[in-house]
Design a protein around this ligand. Sequence first.
Ligand SMILES: [Mg+2]
Length: 421
Amino acid sequence: MTSLSRRALLGSLTSLLPAQTRKKIKITDVRCAIIGQSPVVRIVTDQGISGYGQAETRKVYLRPMVLFYKDYILGEDPTDVERVMMKIRRLGAFKPWGAAVSAIEIALWDIAGQVAGLPVYKLLGGKIRDSVRIYNGGFRPVFKGQEPQHFAEVVQQMKEAPEGFTLIKMPIGFHNPAQLNAMPGQWYDEPRAGAPHGNKGMLTEKGFKRILQSVEAMKKVLGDDVGLALDAGPGWMMKDAVNFCKAVEPLHLAWVEDLLTGDYTPYPNADLYRDLKMQTSVPIHTGEQIYNRANFKDLIEKQAVDVLGPDPEDVGGIAELKWITEYADLHGILMAPHGVFDGLIGLAAHVHMAAAMPQNFVAFEYPYGQPDWWYDIVEGLPNPIVKKGFIDVWDTPGLGVRFRVNAAKARLSPEDRGFFD
Ligand SMILES: [Mg+2]
């Protein structure tokens, strides 16, 4: 045997050694940079491996929230993901206060996958599908007005997009302040400025009809070729919500989202949702702002909704969301995770998670790179990313998306200059 082949043999035997004989990997640093407007978490280890996670693009204030958790997890073995999460999970809350915990969880899985030499979906139980369905909830042209024909024009363009989306979600009612503000007297309160989604109240007949007409116009364009879901609230009062759902029952919508609570509402209100669900055949959806499996207990056990949509970057991460999906499946509830602002590392996290989801998985909301140069600073995503409304699951270790460090460094603010060092 040559010395070269002996070395190769020794190398392959070393990789077969039991884990306890390998040097334990430790977390040595936790960092956060705002790249573009997107918070990125980097967990650094003592073995030259780093894991990355991301939070919603809009959360530019996240850096101190990430650093808050640092001292709790330094020195820990990042491949014992659950053990690390037990240290910090209880120190999170509803959106936006679960984002840092969630991004850290995703970065831990990225490390665990790289250490194991396996794609993250394998660590979540293995894939049950080779490609995952996405839905388009925010990748759309600008509305040219707020009349029904403008809604029709927008979904026409979304239907014709090269990604071939099979399911489209559109903002209406209180989720689309421009629609309600386009003319006075559409609901019995004044518009609330400041933090998003502050509007609430009883609709006037005029307001109710305008919303309904916009939905009918969109459905006319999409037909039964492409599914239509609606993001509607929060802020509807119960009777408006019931009457609206009954009016759209013939349209075979995929779901109506967050009519009563949602977005930044810091509670789920399962009893109210169950009242609504029992009065209509339209699938009722909620959950994007909810943190942690425990806060889904009532919604699931009371079968209060038909579809849940937690966001992996707010709920506590991808394993957390998969756990909720399994429990929802036992109760006949579907899963369509939120994700429009989750960025390209978030996209990778969604793909691995969706690959391993049970069969109550419908589709996840397609995150895109904001700004566009995000596509130039990472590699590892398929090209094109989306084919006929699906993304093929890839097999590279960890999340499988890596930074092109030189290109990414050029986008760092002075404050974050050492992020990749
Ligand atoms: Mg929503």
